[in-house]
Design a protein around this ligand. Structure first.
Ligand SMILES: Nc1ncnc2c1ncn2[C@@H]1O[C@H](COP(=O)(O)OP(=O)(O)OP(=O)(O)O)[C@@H](O)[C@H]1O
Ligand SMILES: Cc1ncc(C[n+]2csc(CCOP(=O)(O)O)c2C)c(N)n1
Ligand SMILES: [Mg+2]
Ligand SMILES: [Mg+2]
Ligand SMILES: [Mg+2]
Length: 302
């Protein structure tokens, strides 16, 4: 346990870190943003595909992205870890390093957690955040006439997963994007300050996650494929595998890019790019039509 808890530098929001019955985390806004997501071995990661550092980083990233998708910044993480009894120390050390590495990218510390024995590796994280006095940006605020925009790259994680599943060589950048998502954690607060009307992170797939905004806001959302610009390495992997690069960009999960809506009059903050528009109605369309392909990952269908 000492190996997991000791020797780390805690940022200012950690009032009391690991060691007592509970941690104390600053809540300057007097309301706390709280979210949880878990990673399960075999389901969300494989130890022959990802290093323990990668897995630790991904676990923090997918949680931090949900805090940022409220327009907040991260203030602390609680990490519950299930490990088989024969897990090498190098694996728990690597996980701990990865967790801290990505936590530091968010500006927050790991303030506590739990460690139990289990049949496979399971990492469940609770992330806390603060809005610094601003209102949260909900999924329910999109208005007809708004633009739809994204910050971050789409489809690269799904492309990397496809490369790993097919066992083809090369495409290291895509495989890296699958192993460790790289959200820019400053984008959510910037969107909130600019007047974003709704915000989410892309965890399941662009169309599925925009669908949550469309449902919560009682609007329809149209994505314009001409405004999506696939990278050359995604195009070449898609050609090699005989699939459409847009399947990855529209339906691929785990990039943890941010997607949101803004009034059309807003000058978008750095990193945000228009990809569509909000209309009256319901559901999500692509180039004005229903999309036959996958809208995203579904937790219980695969
Ligand atoms: N077991 C549960 N108990 C209570 N609320 C839950 C439970 N599972 C999910 N939720 C809530 O349902 C909502 C949607 O959860 P979901 O996990 O799909 O969101 P997400 O974290 O943005 O997506 P992803 O898991 O793909 O990253 C969230 O508000 C979440 O708190
Ligand atoms: C070994 C392996 N196989 C498949 C995937 C793909 N995958 C798993 S969960 C998920 C979306 C979020 O799911 P959840 O809703 O469970 O958080 C995706 C795209 C992976 N990462 N690793
Ligand atoms: Mg979740
Ligand atoms: Mg989310
Ligand atoms: Mg999530």
């Amino acid at each position: 346990m000492d190996r997991i808890t000791q020797g780390r530098h805690h940022p200012a929001d950690t009032v009391l870190g690991p060691g007592d019955d509970a941690a104390i985390v600053a809540a300057p806004s007097r309301s706390v943003v709280a979210t949880t997501d878990m990673l399960v071995q075999g389901r969300h990661f494989r130890l022959d595909w990802s290093s323990p550092v990668d897995i630790g980083r991904k676990a923090i990233a997918q949680n931090a992205a949900d805090v940022v998708a409220m327009g907040a910044r991260c203030t602390g993480f609680l990490v519950a870890l299930g490990c088989p009894s024969d897990t090498p120390i190098s694996v728990t050390d690597g996980l701990t390093d990865g967790l801290w590495l990505e936590a530091e990218r968010t500006g927050a510390g790991i303030v506590g957690g739990d460690l139990v024995q289990s049949e496979s590796l399971v990492i469940s994280i609770t992330a806390l955040g603060d809005l610094d006095g601003r209102p949260a940006v909900l999924r329910s605020g999109a208005q007809p006439g708004d633009v739809v925009a994204v910050a971050g790259r789409l489809g690269r994680s799904a492309a990397g997963l496809a490369v790993l599943l097919a066992g083809i060589d090369g495409h290291d950048g895509l495989v890296d994007a699958h192993r460790v998502p790289s959200p820019d954690y400053s984008r959510g607060a910037a969107a909130a300050r600019a007047g974003a009307t709704s915000l989410t992170d892309v965890s399941d797939g662009l169309l599925a996650d925009l669908g949550h905004i469309a449902d919560a806001s009682s609007v329809s959302i149209d994505v314009v494929t001409e405004l999506l610009h696939p990278d050359d390495d995604m195009r070449s992997a898609a050609n090699e595998l005989g699939v459409s690069v847009f399947d990855w960009m529209l339906g691929g999960g785990e990039d943890h890019a941010f997607a949101g809506t803004f009034p059309a009059s807003v000058i978008l903050p750095d990193g945000w790019v228009v990809i569509g528009a909000v209309h009256d109605g319901s559901g999500v369309t692509v180039d004005g039509r229903g999309h036959d392909g996958s809208h995203g990952w579904s937790s219980f269908s695969v």
